[in-house]
Design a protein around this ligand. Sequence first.
Ligand code: G3P
Ligand code: MG
Length: 241
Amino acid sequence: MQMANVIGHRGCAAHAPENSLAGIRDAARVGCRWIEADATLLADGTVVLFHDDSLDRCTNASGFIREQDWEQAVQLDIGQWFGDGRFVGERMPLLRDALACCRALNLGFNIELKTHRGEGEQLGLAVADIVGEETDNILVSSFDQAALLGFRQKNPHCPLAIIYDELPQDWEQQANDLNVVSIHLWERPLTKETIEAVKQSGRDLYVFTINDRRAAKRLWAMGVDGVFSDYPDTVLSVQGS
Ligand code: G3P
Ligand code: MG
């Protein structure tokens, strides 16, 4: 599953609150063809978009996302913290609504399964129920392999990807076991050798988080298939130049 050479990270995180429908719309507006967002399980089993363990940074409340029921989570303001007033009143989206939004905008959706307290399998199963059979333009990724396995139990057809901060020694075994189509890596420890090893395995390679045009251009030239960016507009503008 080829995504795109620029993927809006957490929607369009520099221009709208991360993991919001406003951010997904912004990503489409600036020309993204794919976005990435973080799927998180609430205490009552609802799946929403949210990145952190804690509510503190991105909502007007404190506490832990895993202790919220949907009834509470839907009351939270996820736009006020962003600062410029335009997003006050923005609500945490259900994964289901984010999926519908991507479909309506013709955006590919990389759903990252984000686990916080060892709930990987449960999250994977819940996300598989929401995704259902319609797996065109969807790629499911995670740092947590239990989450990927949970997803695959219910949805054997949707392409999967493993995310690593740093490529472990036995990454190829893990990638084969899970039959992933791509590897998603953090930019910091990335080396030329790592890029070559992943590409030689025949898998696609995507790198997070690249907000600088020159860095993106250098990575594409080295064989990286795409980059996740908080500033997809800036990075998109370098293509072909
Ligand atoms: O999916 C790529 C990237 O989003 C992984 O890191 O912490 O931004 O979810 P994080
Ligand atoms: Mg993510």
